[in-house]
Every structure is written in structure tokens, then in C-alpha cells.
Design a protein around this ligand. Structure first.
Ligand SMILES: [Mn+2]
Length: 341
């Protein structure tokens, strides 16, 4: 993949980096890390996101390179700027959200750099750099860049933060020996784990804790305690004063409960549609569930968007997950501990 990537870069000058709408730590870390690499090799490079980086991830962009997408102003003719456009941490142009029209209008050569599972060929790209075996897009960027340059401290910080984010602090099953070795090298290059964890997880607002309480307070347990589901309406969000970016990580919390195999968070978006986020401890294939709703992700972490209202989406999702649990756990043992009703 490295040779193909080099050849792709060699054919282009200016490179634009984007990621999926509502960027996460891995997407931001991978774009910033890749920008360090591209600038090191002399490519003019820009990063544009929609709508913006969550405040909690702003420290990853210490140089202030990331531009919030502004189609009416600064980005009116963004389509014409790049020679190459790389979509990072996604391989479906549809995930660009408001940037999609500009992407489609751009004559740039287009590539995706991603670690998500996807069936069939990528559509809408001239080149694809994808490895579903990588724990994070930041791991892919490390693999492509590290043999070619000396990693600076800000680059190491960006890649380390993204890897921490996508491996669930090195506790998901994608936390391979290789990603631990990479983490060690990033620490040697100047990434400071204690500071990065502090910035990622100890700078939240009280509204984030309140919305977490509200979601967990309304959590339902089903399938003999193997399935936990949470739902948040716009009203819930407003009552807590929380923003949608403050739901990051919440879907993992029910997996703290013994016996829970699948956790699902459904929340209402401003447009009335319902975003579903699913996590599996290990045995259930939540990618299969999300794919049936037109979504995607990984076997253990996937998402989809459903039509509202919330309770209707919740009923559809519940049925799909319960059916999946029947497939993945055909003869479920009785839980070894009694569960409260
Ligand atoms: Mn990722």
C-alpha cells in the first residue's frame, strides 16, 4: 500500500484532507497526522471539516490547520483548489455530509484512506487505501508516514490521540500487539499519554455528565440482560443543555454491565431523523444490523440513521438487534446473576 500511496502523492501537488461529518478523534488525528507528513514532503495541504472539530478535540489541531467548512464564504471555490482530495476515516462520499456537493464538483483526483469494513468497491474515488485490519485511520497514517520521516511531537500527539479514541483506550479487540508497538513509538516521539488522556476525558462540561445520567437512567435491558438500549430526544438534550458531540463514548457505558453483549444509543437529530450507534462486546455482529439500515462501521462498532420518530426507530432497532442476538447466540445460557426487571 505504501508504494501505491507514494505514487498517488507523487502525481499531485495540492492536497485537501476531509473526514466524515461530525469528525471524531481518529478522523481529526489522522488528518492532522497526514498533514504533517504531506507538508514534510512539500505538498501544500489544507484540512476542511463539517461542521467543525468538537471543542474537546481542538488540542489535536495545535497548529490551527483545520478549517470549518464555510460554503458561503471562504470555501466558495474550494472544489477548484486541490489536485488531490483524500477522504480520511470513511470510504463512502455520502458520509461527507454538507461537503458532498463540493467533493462531487471538484475535478481533483480522489482517494479514501480508511479502516472501516465495507462491501464491494468504493464508488466515487480514483484510488483507495483501505485496511480493515488496522485499528484506526491513525494507525494507517502511521504505517504510511513513519518509515519516511522523523515524527514530530505534534504529529505523534495527533496519531496517539486518534488511536486511543478508536481502540477505546486500548481495550477493544482491535488493540493488537502492533498498535501497542506503534503507541510506544509515538510516546518515544513525544506523545504524552497522561496529558492526552487528561485532555480527552477530563475536560468535559457538567452538561455532558447530566445527559449521560439521563440516558443511563432511561436505559432498558432486554434479551435476558444481553441487550441495553438508550434513547435521547431533542427534548432530553435541551433539558440537559448538552450538544450532540457530548454523546461521544456514551454508547460504551452499558457494556460496563456484566452480561450485556450489545449496547445501542439512539438520539434524535435536529432534522428529526434518528442516529443509531451500536457497540458489541464481542459475540454479536452489529455491522450486520446497521448494514440492514443502510449504515456501516465494524463488527463491534457500527452506526446507522433511521427515520423518526424516536420510539418508532427504537422499535425497529430493537427487533433487528434481538433477531441478531438469536443468530449470534443461538443457545444463550441463563445469566449467572439475576437481573432486576
Ligand atoms: Mn476510525
Amino acid at each position: 500500500m505504501m508504494d501505491r500511496f507514494d505514487a498517488f502523492l507523487a502525481a499531485h501537488g495540492k492536497v485537501l484532507l476531509t473526514t466524515h461529518e461530525n469528525p471524531d478523534g481518529d478522523g481529526v488525528g489522522a488528518m492532522v497526522g497526514l498533514a504533517h507528513f504531506l507538508k514534510d514532503r512539500g505538498h501544500p495541504c489544507r484540512i476542511v471539516v463539517s461542521p467543525e472539530i468538537p471543542a474537546s478535540l481542538a488540542f489535536i489541531d495545535a497548529q490551527g490547520w483545520v478549517e470549518p467548512f464555510d460554503p458561503q464564504g471562504a470555501h466558495g471555490d474550494l472544489a477548484a483548489w486541490p489536485d488531490a482530495w483524500i477522504l480520511v476515516d470513511a470510504s463512502d462520499p455520502g458520509r461527507l455530509g454538507p461537503l458532498l456537493k463540493t467533493f462531487q464538483a471538484s475535478p481533483a483526483h480522489k482517494a479514501c484512506l480508511d479502516h472501516h469494513l465495507k462491501e464491494g468497491p468504493e464508488i466515487g474515488f480514483d484510488a483507495s487505501f483501505r485496511d480493515p485490519g488496522a485499528s484506526a485511520s491513525c494507525e494507517l497514517v502511521y504505517t504510511l508516514a513513519a518509515p519516511r520521516m522523523e515524527l514530530s511531537r505534534p504529529m505523534a500527539l495527533a496519531l496517539y490521540a486518534g488511536i486511543v479514541d478508536d481502540t477505546g483506550n486500548f481495550r477493544f479487540s482491535n488493540a493488537t500487539p502492533e498498535v501497542h508497538r506503534i503507541a510506544a513509538r509515538l510516546i518515544e516521539a513525544g506523545a504524552e499519554p497522561a496529558r492526552i488522556y487528561h485532555l480527552l476525558y477530563s475536560q468535559g462540561r457538567v452538561e455532558k455528565v447530566r445527559v449521560t445520567c439521563r440516558a443511563l437512567g432511561g436505559m432498558r435491558l432486554d434479551a435476558s440482560g444481553r441487550y441495553a438500549s438508550m434513547g435521547l430526544s431533542l427534548e432530553d438534550m435541551a433539558a440537559c443543555g448538552a450538544g450532540h458531540d457530548e454523546l461521544e463514548g456514551l454508547v460504551n457505558r452499558p457494556l460496563e454491565i456484566r452480561g450485556v453483549e450489545v449496547s445501542c444509543l439512539l438520539y434524535e437529530r435536529a432534522d428529526g431523523r434518528i442516529k443509531a450507534s451500536l457497540r458489541s462486546r464481542e459475540g454479536a455482529d452489529v455491522f450486520a444490523v446497521c448494514r440492514s439500515f443502510g449504515g456501516g462501521g465494524h463488527r463491534l462498532a457500527s452506526g446507522a440513521t433511521l427515520e423518526g420518530p424516536l420510539e418508532a426507530a427504537r422499535a425497529l432497532m430493537d427487533a433487528a438487534i434481538l433477531a441478531r442476538l438469536d443468530v449470534d447466540f443461538p443457545a444463550a445460557p441463563t445469566p449467572s446473576h439475576p437481573l432486576e426487571p
